[in-house]
Write a protein that binds this ligand. Structure first.
Ligand code: ADP
Ligand code: MG
Length: 698
């Protein structure tokens, strides 16, 4: 058996207990798994710093010197230990909150140590919390003090004495046995074309870099390998799908579509809406199953496009479904579409968690016998007992709320999978879309209906509240309505947050003549609907709410969105919230209220919001600021893998090359049968039996 497949249990320094921890915490079982647990950072230990050089935002540094004295401060739980450490010229404080007894036993004053850690500014000085300390006399020889790797561990691993250092000690000896070579995973022609380091050298250098140059070469190769196999796997999936499922063909544009277009449409379609409809029309006529992502900013008129696409399905004898992430939104879609369709003769129904059992039974029957043309609902409509006579087209609104699994359930609702149109106002950056979905086609509505004025956004500190109140008054007197959004309700008082309840009371006291509705996630659906309805009908002027209103709600007369504690929201959430206004002909405003002290990153977020209304720009900025792992909804939208070394922000170029390469290979050798590609086939098989598990929908 290949050495890399061996169980780590038998490696020196591992043993059964640590092996269990490795498996449970990081999914590491084989030697290869371990070797693929790449360091997340490296620290340059080749140079010693002086304390007078310490500055803000330094990485880990090492300093030579002695401890002058220890001091215990406080008692019991809050006790901490400090030590004054000197490099002979200046001093710095070392701090421990845990393991105090151990530290006092192990380290003494007046001995030469190397102290190692990250300096933090504290009370106008610097300290190092929980530093690593080594005896100068026991330092490894200078040539081994290069780049020290650091490995991710978990809390449980730390309590089991499995820290970064331990991992390093287990991996180092392995690298020696690697010299004889580990099976290469990339074909020779690819290595050659891109001048990539081979696998053996890459693994050796990623764990124990000779120097920065070889580290970079190693990382480059491992990143390429990672991105390339993801692309190869996705593209292979979509080829398989193309070959094994055919798509329903909507051959004609018929009665429903035409009458709706000519007689029912209340306004002219925008150019962008027309273009997207043509794109959809091409797809559904092609014989291939459509997977199309429709991106369009809030208010760009996606619902109408979805409706007209559904009419195409009905004209060809199919049923259609529209799935929304929340009940409020499903209700609203139902109302809007019902009104738009008027007496066109299309049968539509609503199915949500609140639909009564009796009503459900009727619906189920009408779906099965084909009486119902369009079903609108929440995820209730993917439940197993909802069966269609002939489902041909599915619209998923605000897709970031739905996972891959939920989507794949839709596939099973008919003999062939229905065409799928996924709509979102939170654009997925192109790089992410490329990684997530191999063959998802993308349509963009990049034009707002005419007459809309761009929303004006302002960032104010909470101290401006008086003038904002005057502004609210003015707007309400002019007949407008106001949203005020809070990040949470009844958070602990300590957090110094003015929560929804306080906000509601404050608004009622400040504006005794206005009616205020209050909406949050804990309300019963009936109460929520009641409060919502009061606002939608215009009877109430102000709505105080949590983010339950984030998605899709349409009240064209509401022209002001005030977001309290805006620092607590992510960019895409802020953008979604802002999209609740600017839906009518009046000038709309979005006001971001924050405290005065803001982290640099938060300040950037506010600046971006003030500067642009462009959802794409915002989502790119979001990706830059937060990284893809954190990107709102990414996890829910089902990033089906974890990137170990590549980074979707930094490695965009490489991702594109990897994708292009994978495409070229599959174009020439779709089943990876050529001798030089066998290696690819084998590696994919291996990935399949390992962790990577691609759903039908990629
Ligand atoms: P979103 O893309 O956010 O889902 P909607 O579909 O809710 O946007 O549309 C927002 C508003 O714009 C709705 O009131 C809708 O009736 C209106 N609308 C859509 N298309 C047009 C158009 N071509 N001309 C004028 N108004 C439109
Ligand atoms: Mg919408």
């Amino acid at each position: 058996m290949d050495f890399s497949m061996q169980d780590i249990k038998f490696l020196p320094g591992v043993g059964p207990k640590k092996a269990v921890l490795f498996a449970a915490e990081l999914g590491i079982r084989s030697v290869e798994d371990l070797l693929r647990h790449y360091p997340y950072k490296y620290v340059d230990r080749s140079r010693f710093y002086y304390l007078h050089e310490v500055a803000e935002n330094m990485p880990f540094i090492q300093v030579k010197g002695q401890i002058l004295k220890f001091e215990k401060i406080g008692e019991g739980h809050t006790m901490r230990l400090t030590a004054i450490f000197t490099d002979g010229k200046s001093t710095i404080e070392l701090v421990w909150f845990k393991g105090i007894k151990y530290v006092l036993e192990k380290f003494k004053t007046g001995i030469d140590y190397v102290v190692f850690g990250k300096p933090n500014p504290f009370n106008g000085r610097y300290n190092i919390v929980h530093p690593e300390i080594e005896l100068v006399s026991q330092l490894p020889p200078a040539d081994q003090m290069g780049l020290q790797p650091f490995y991710n561990t978990t809390e449980k691993m730390k309590t089991g004495f499995l820290i970064s250092k331990t991992i390093q000690k287990i991996i180092f000896p392995l690298l020696k046995s690697l010299q004889s070579g580990i099976p290469e995973t990339l074909p020779a022609y690819i290595l050659k074309r891109y001048a990539l380091m081979n696998l053996t050298d890459s693994l050796i250098n990623v764990h124990n870099p000779k120097n920065t140059h070889s580290l970079n070469k190693a990382r480059q190769r491992l990143k390429f390998e990672e991105l390339f196999y993801i692309q190869l796997s996705i593209l292979l999936q979509s080829k398989y799908r193309e070959q094994n499922f055919s798509g329903f063909i909507f051959a004609q544009i018929g009665q429903f579509f035409n009458s709706f277009y000519k007689e029912f449409l209340p306004f002219e379609l925008t150019g962008a809406q027309k273009r997207v409809l043509r794109e959809i029309r091409n797809d559904v006529g092609s014989g291939k199953q459509m997977n199309r992502l429709l991106q369009g900013d809030v208010g760009s008129g996606k619902t109408l496009v979805a409706l007209m696409a559904m009419l195409m399905a009905i004209d060809n004898g199919f049923q259609a479904a529209l799935m929304a992430p929340t009940e409020i939104l499903a209700n609203q879609h139902y109302d809007t579409i019902k009104e738009l369709l008027g007496d066109l003769g299309v049968n539509i129904a609503l199915l949500t968690g609140s639909t009564s059992k009796k009503m459900r039974e009727i619906l189920h029957e009408q779906l099965r016998n084909g009486e119902l043309n369009i079903l609108i609902g929440t995820h209730a409509l993917i439940e197993e007992n909802v069966q269609f006579k002939n489902l041909g087209f599915v619209v998923i609104d605000e897709q970031h709320r739905f996972g891959v699994e939920q989507r794949s359930k839709l596939w099973k609702k008919n003999t062939n999978p229905p065409h799928i149109l996924v709509m979102t106002a939170t654009p997925i950056p192109r790089t992410l879309a490329m990684t997530l979905y191999g063959d998802l086609s993308v349509s963009v509505i990049d034009e707002l209906p005419p007459g809309r004025k761009p929303i004006q956004t302002y960032h104010y500190y909470q101290s401006k509240r008086q003038s904002i109140n005057q502004f609210i008054s003015k707007q309400v007197q002019a007949g407008r309505q106001i949203y005020i959004v809070y990040p949470l309700i009844n958070e602990s008082e300590k957090m110094d947050l003015q929560d929804l309840e306080n906000g509601y009371n404050y608004i009622q006291e400040t504006f005794p003549n206005y009616k205020v509705s209050k909406i949050h996630g804990k309300l019963k659906p009936r109460e929520k609907d009641y409060q919502m309805q009061k606002f939608v009908s215009g009877e109430y002027q102000i709505m105080v709410a949590t983010t339950v209103i984030e998605v899709g709600v349409n009240v064209p007369n509401a022209s002001v969105m005030i977001i309290e504690n805006a620092e607590r929201f992510g960019l895409s959430q802020l953008h979604q919230l802002r999209g609740r206004v600017g839906r009518g002909a009046e000038q709309s405003f979005c006001i971001l209220l924050t405290g005065f002290k803001l982290a640099a990153e938060t300040r950037k977020r506010m600046e971006i919001m003030v500067r642009t209304n462009d959802g794409f720009e915002i989502s790119e900025a979001d990706l830059q600021l937060r990284g893809p792992g954190d990107l709102e909804g990414t996890m829910q939208s089902g990033l089906p893998f974890e990137l170990k070394i590549a980074n979707l922000v930094q490695d965009v170029k490489m991702l594109e090359i990897a994708r292009k390469t994978a495409m070229e290979i599959l174009d020439e050798d779709a089943r990876l049968e050529k001798a030089e590609n066998i290696i690819l086939y084998k590696q994919l098989q291996k990935m399949k039996t390992n962790k990577l598990n691609w759903g039908v929908i990629s």
